[in-house]
Structures are given as C-alpha cells and as structure tokens.
Design a protein around this ligand. Structure first.
Ligand code: ATP
Ligand code: MG
Length: 559
C-alpha cells in the first residue's frame, strides 16, 4: 500500500515540484521563491496563478516566499498599486517572508555595474536608444558595434559616474553590457543595463536619475535574496542565459530561473496595459469592476479566495501555452459557494400572488434552513403574508407537459411553506398577466398536506409587504468573442469585441434578512444563483452582484 501511495503522489507532481524534489534529493533542501510584481497595475487572475505557485511551493517544501516589487520604471509605477497588490495577496490567503523592492538594491546594482565596467564588460554608449535598436541586426544578420564600444575603463567610469550625477539629459547615454554584437540570442547583443530617466521614483524620490533595466536588475535581486527557484512565465526563457551571464560575470549567489506557461482564459483580456485603458476610458467602473479579471474585481463580485486557489490548482502548471475555459473558474467558485454560501430567497422578476383565503393582517414566520450542505449554518425565519411575489418564470398559463411549477388550476409548494393553488389569472387591458389569485391549504405548512397528496413543484417566494427592494447587477463576459483579440469578422481591435450587455441592472425583491448582508459576503438566492452585496450598496439603495449562475455548463459538457 505504501508504494502505491508514493506512486500516486509522484504522478501528481508538477514539473516545478519535480525540479525541487530532485534538488532536495541532492541535498539542496532550502526552498526560497519570490513573487515579483511590477507595481504598475492591479493584479489579475494570471498573477493569482503565479502567487499560488510561488507561495504554494514555498509552503509545501517548508521554504519561504518573498514579495518583491519590481519597481525599476519610475514613470509607470505608483504606491496605489503597491497597496492593492499587498491586499490582494493577503486576501488570497498568503503572506510573504519579507517585503522587498528592486529599488532597495539600487546602490548595490550601481556598484556591480562599476565592477563590470572595471572588468571591461560594460561601457557607456552615446547612441540614442533608436540608433541602438537599428544597429542590433536581425536573427540572420549580426549587429553593428557601437563607435563608443571601445572606450577605456577610466572614461567609462567617469561617464557612468556623471550619468548618475545628473549631468546628461534623458536618452543621451546608456550603459551597455559588452558581450557580442553577433550573438545568435539577440538579447546578448550588448544589452542596455541602465538608462537615464529624470523622474521622481515613488520610493527613492530624486536620488537616482539612472534606472536599471529588467534584465540587469532581476537576476541580481534574486541573487541578493538568495532565491533558489526564480519562477516566471514562458516568455522569459530567452532571457535566462542573460540572467545567468550577469550572475556569473559578477560571481554572486547563483539563483536559477524556471519558466511555466502563463494563464490565458477564454473571453478574458489579461494585459495590464489594455486593462488600464478600459479603466481610463470609462468602459468599466474601475479596476474592481466585477467584469474585470483582476483579483479585486473577483472579490467584489463575490468570489471566495478558496475558489481562486482551487482554480489555480485545477489548471495546474504547464510548460506550453494554452487557453483555459472560463467555465473552469466558474465551476470552482460554484463548487466552493455551494459548500459555504447560505441560502436566501429573492425574486428577480416578480409576479404578484394574492392568497385569497389567507387573513389580511396575518403574518407567519417560516423557519428556513440556511445551508443544507452545512448543518452548523443554522436556520432563520422568513415572514409570510397574504400577498407574495413569485418568479414570473414559475408560472405558465398554457404550460407544456411535465411543467411542475404553477399553472391555472395547478398546485405548487412554496419553499418551506404552504401548498398553493392557482384559481384565477388577472390580466391588464393589454392582456399581460399582472396577478395570480390563489388559495392555500392551511394544513400544508412546512412540508405536509392535509390529505397526504404529493406535489412536485417547489418554488421560492417573498412576502410582498416585507420584501426589500434592491438593484441587482447581472454580469456577462466583458467580451463577446472567446478571444478578445479576434479579428475574424473584420474587427479592427479588441475594442470592437466588447460585449454591450456585459452588465444588466434589474430591480429585485429580497427576503428582509438580506438587508443586513455584509458587502462581499455571497449567498445563494435559491434556484437563481449566487449573489453578494456590492461596494456601491447602501442601506437606502441595496445593490447586489451576481457572482455566478447556478447553471453549470462546463461540468455538463465535460462529464
Ligand atoms: P502584464 O503582461 O499583464 O502587464 P506582467 O507579466 O508584466 O503582466 P508583472 O507584474 O511583471 O506583470 O508580473 C508579476 C509576476 O506574475 C511575473 O512573475 C509574471 O510572470 C506573472 N504573471 C503575469 N501574468 C501572468 C499570467 N497570465 N499567468 C501566470 N503568471 C503571470
Ligand atoms: Mg512584467
């Protein structure tokens, strides 16, 4: 039995776990990872996956995970983003060993640049960034060496010091590594290490006017933190040799980089730049608009942290790029909410029911189970009176066979309450149904009927007099097309693929207990879906978001 368990365990290891277990087997038992966001936007579901991997691996192997802000570009970055990133990681249920910033290492990086200049491995180039780009060559042709490539060490030291001192304007000089202008990996063709940017940095203020490039900063930051497994997305695999080159040239702690496939989701745009555009152009209500793929949007929409973690686990860690069905994320949130969300009654599209044989002023309280999946969730009382609302869909005047809900002359059970029978359909001048007049069986409360007859249909309801009104926001995907960048029908950009019906606001009637529902705490509206109060909700104007419908198209398709 023991071997079988071991085998099963090994089979389920992902390739990163395999790498770690191999190094542990060699005696390298320390596991130190990091999550390295650039604070230039809010985190999205793709980042959530990276967070689950980095923090998850550290946890699994008794290691640590740092949070490191990759804040090397002062122009695009902001503390607002730093704060939101920290909140989102905590919400997902993770905590970092230490909080660091690439900017903490600016002094060290500067000193290391001097080391490389002294070794003859870096030089100051007076060409513009455009000239540099033009002389890089192509994959099939070597680049051209800069006329400044062979400056003396002394001259380079002097110029680099003066770059730092602020003597030169933006773009007039860069520091480049001196590697090989004919290298087959284009990134090795004398990559830029530093550029001049006279801009205030959100942490270092005006101390610096030269800023390191990603390739020069990232590996060294990993090395300073003694990161054992520097995990990033696949597009960085061509950067790995350069990552190693700087570490070797400086002879510092050898961190290693490993790449996994980034998460792509159907109907979802993940690029921060484009998400920022949606926010700035007012296409959405903000970074946390429930239609956004950001973590704060999922939270506002009513997702649970456990459901996002379960999703990350479900999609696993792949080495090849792929696109995941959005239905899988919805499946995960539905599964979790089914376990943890309390049940309530709410009517989204009301039809009035008058129970003609029920006394005018009488109010009864019916005891309802909060969560059939969780006995500990207890019960609550819901008021019942002569006038109710039921869902318009739960009545049909001329129903097909096997329609078990309410119909003329038919009987249904009101959830947790009486059996009612439809005696009369009241219509307005245009023939629209405006009211149903029904009778109830006084012996039929809480599941029994006077003569033991069985009634198949059970529908939800709210007492008209007690119901609270709310705005309910029904969300659909932000894009109409599975691939937001689809241009197969002549679209000029992703903006043409926006779904005009991605948010529909309706008025709904809720059982009174929902007035007290805390913001962000999701409940199931029985037979309808999962909903939670929005951050816009006030006692005077309740607003609920639909987190997810009850229908589970993905699970059905994949059975
Ligand atoms: P974007 O391209 O959306 O601007 P980014 O990669 O520039 O995102 P960073 O802040 O640099 O954003 O990302 C922090 C970490 O999250 C990186 O290690 C990055 O590889 C990872 N990450 C970003 N997007 C995804 C994704 N879609 N799936 C998995 N990991 C991701
Ligand atoms: Mg990035």
């Amino acid at each position: 039995m023991a071997t079988e368990t071991n085998e099963t365990r090994e089979k389920s290891l992902n390739f990163l776990e395999e790498i770690i277990e191999e190094s542990i087997a060699r005696g390298e038992t320390r596991v130190q990872t990091r999550f390295p966001p650039e604070p230039n936007g809010y985190l999205h579901i793709g980042h959530a996956k990276s967070i689950c991997i980095n923090f998850g691996l550290a946890k699994k192997y008794g290691g640590k995970c740092n949070l490191r802000f990759d804040d090397t570009n002062p122009v695009k970055e902001d503390v607002e983003y730093v704060d939101s990133i920290k909140r989102d990681i905590h919400w997902l249920g993770f905590d970092w060993a230490v909080e660091r910033y690439a900017s903490d290492y600016f002094d060290q990086l500067y000193e290391w640049a001097i080391v490389l200049i002294k070794k003859g491995l870096a030089y100051v180039d007076d060409q513009t960034q455009e000239q540099i780009r033009e002389t890089r060559g192509t994959v099939s042709e070597p680049g051209k060496e800069s006329p400044w490539r062979n400056r003396s060490v002394e001259e380079n030291l002097d110029l680099f010091e003066r770059m730092r001192a602020g003597e030169f304007p933006d773009g007039s000089k860069v520091l480049r590594a001196k590697i090989d202008m004919a290298h087959p990996n284009m990134l090795f063709r004398d990559p830029i290490m530093y550029r001049i940017i006279h801009a205030e940095h959100h942490r270092t203020g005006n101390k610096w006017c030269i800023y390191p490039m990603y390739d020069y900063a990232h590996g060294q930051s990993d090395s300073i933190e003694r990161i054992t497994h520097s995990i990033c997305t696949l597009e960085f695999d061509v950067h790995r040799p350069l990552y190693d080159w700087f570490i070797q040239a400086l002879d510092i702690y050898p961190s290693h980089q490993y790449e996994f496939a980034r998460l792509n989701l159907t109907y979802t745009m993940m690029s921060k730049r484009n998400l920022l555009k949606l926010v700035n152009e007012g296409v959405v209500m903000g970074w946390d608009d429930p239609r956004m793929p950001t973590i704060c949007a999922l939270r506002r929409k009513g997702y649970t942290p456990a459901s996002v973690r379960a999703f990350a686990e479900m999609v696993g860690v792949a080495k090849r790029d792929n696109v995941i069905d959005l239905g899988k994320l919805e499946y995960c949130v539905r599964e979790d909410l089914n376990r943890v969300a309390e049940r309530r009654m709410a009517v989204l599209n009301p039809l009035k029911v008058v129970i003609t044989n029920y006394p005018e002023d009488k109010v009864e309280m019916f005891r309802c189970v909060n969560n059939p999946e969780d006995e500990g969730a207890g019960t609550r009382e819901v008021p019942f009176s002569r006038e109710l609302y039921i869902e318009r869909d739960d009545f049909m005047e001329n129903p097909p066979k096997k329609y078990f809900r309410l119909q003329p002359g038919g009987e249904v059970r009101l959830r947790y309450s009486y059996l009612i029978k439809c005696e009369e359909v009241v219509k307005d001048a245009e023939g629209n149904i405006v009211e149903l007049r029904c009778t109830y069986d006084p012996q039929s409360g809480e599941g029994s009927s006077s003569d033991g007859r069985r009634v198949k249909g059970v529908i939800h309801w709210v007492s008209a007099r007690h119901a609270v009104e709310a705005e309910v926001r029904l969300f659909d995907t932000l894009f109409r097309t599975e691939d937001p960048n689809d241009t197969s029908e002549g679209q000029t950009s992703w903006e043409d693929n926006l779904n005009p019906n991605s948010m529909v606001k309706i008025r709904a009637w809720l059982e009174p207990s929902l007035r007290e529902q805390p913001v962000g705490k999701t409940v199931q509206f029985e037979r309808v879906g999962y909903f939670c109060p929005d951050t816009d909700s006030t006692p005077e104007h309740l607003v609920f978001n639909r987190t997810v419908t009850l229908k589970d198209s993905w699970a059905k398709i994949n059975k």
